[in-house]
Write a protein that binds this ligand. Structure first.
Ligand code: PMP
Length: 368
């Protein structure tokens, strides 16, 4: 049974808040459970020592899949896969498995979709329907301006661009199967799974730790597809083998299972959604009314998960980061390609962390 603790207490008495974009903060309760279970997962063996094919782990794996299915309301039309290779590996597996007619549409709204589109070129004819690079990834053109292909094998986008903090809050109304990179937004609110052909997410943000990638794919899209691919590259083979074609990332899967359970215990993805919206609102409202900080993303597309902000005087960046660090506000530096700051406020970031950040930002503003 998970213990409930409200504050992270890592270095003796100091509360720290980790705003990293990933690997990212885990719920305190999950870390506590890992600590208490670490030496005995099965018959005195730790989870790091057990076989993925042991009955104890198989049962655990099945329960974790059931929990994720109930969290996101995933019906039996979909396979849930627990894979390796990171989210980036999906940039290749998706076109390899789904691009049957050699035509795929990509909506580029930030660094990750740009990269995915580039990777896809190795396997399919890639059409960019719209590219937000023209506005520095701060907004998305209206769907009526997208250059969509009528008979594309799939439409690819990411509902949340982790680096640029741009989020598409509604699923685009597209007839071709929709593929969504949800690495930084999965389980952060309810979704309608039936709108998607495939969604995927690296686990190291909202689902636990690095080493595991969750793929949820509609069975008809993978059935008898990719027959020319080696088994390890084929979704159908992973689905048939219950994600155990080869040695599974047992520890990362175990942690994801604890995170699913934690989300369920906290009231599911709708409770996460309410809390996440509240945290994001607080921080954006403060940024918008401040003199020192600004966020460049169009309001409609602002992310609930990754909130970049720049200081009006970049010469203050280093001081900001040093002083924040001393206050226990960690990993606020923006991505190297964007600069400035970024606060990632995934499910496991408590509202107290956001309030403390705002108090610090306000104090720093008053001094500078
Ligand atoms: N997509 C998105 C939206 C991401 O944020 C990331 C990682 N930050 C990736 C893909 C790549 O993930 P990985 O490092 O697991 O390959």
């Amino acid at each position: 049974m998970m213990k409930v603790k409200t504050k992270k207490n890592k270095s003796m008495s100091k509360t720290v808040y980790n705003f990293s974009a990933g690997p990212a903060v885990l719920p305190d309760e999950v870390v506590d459970t890992i600590k208490s279970e670490i030496s005995d997962f099965d018959q005195g063996m730790s989870v790091m020592e057990v076989s993925h094919r042991s009955s104890a782990f198989k049962t655990y794996a099945e329960n974790s899949e059931d929990n994720l299915r109930s969290l996101l309301n995933i019906n039996s039309d979909y396979s849930v896969l627990f894979l390796q290779g990171g989210a980036t590996y999906q940039f290749s597996m998706i076109p390899q498995n789904l691009s049957i007619n050699n035509k795929a549409d990509y909506l580029v709204t930030g660094a990750w979709t740009a990269k995915a589109a580039n990777y896809a070129k190795y396997h399919t004819k890639t059409n960019i329907v719209s590219n937000s690079v023209d506005n520095n990834y701060t907004t998305v053109s209206d769907i009526s301006h997208w250059n969509l292909t009528d008979d594309a094998d799939y439409f690819y986008y990411s509902s949340n661009e982790t680096i640029h903090g741009l989020e598409i809050h509604e699923v685009p109304n597209i007839n071709t199967p929709i593929v969504n990179d949800m690495s930084s937004t999965i389980c952060s609110r309810p979704i309608d799974i039936n709108k998607y052909g495939l969604i995927f997410a690296g686990a190291q943000k909202n689902l636990g730790i690095a080493g595991l990638t969750v793929v949820i794919v509609r069975n008809d899209l993978i059935k008898d597809k990719g027959k020319d691919l080696p088994p390890l590259l084929r979704y159908q083979c992973h689905s048939d083998a219950k994600s155990m074609l080869n040695t599974s990332p047992v520890f990362a899967w175990y942690v994801a299972g604890l995170v699913f359970k934690w989300i369920l215990d906290k009231g599911g993805v709708s409770a996460m959604g309410k809390a996440n919206q509240k945290k994001a609102k607080l921080l954006y409202e403060y940024i918008d009314k401040s003199n020192l900080y600004s966020n460049p993303v169009a309001k409609k597309y602002r992310s609930w998960m990754n909130i970049p902000f720049i200081l009006s005087d970049a010469a203050l960046d280093e001081r900001f980061l040093n002083e924040a660090n001393k206050e226990g506000l960690l990993n606020l530096k923006g991505h190297r390609t964007v600069g400035g700051m970024r606060a990632s406020v995934y499910n496991a970031m408590p509202i107290e962390g956001v309030k403390k950040l705002i108090d610090f930002m306000d104090y720093f503003q008053s001094k500078n």
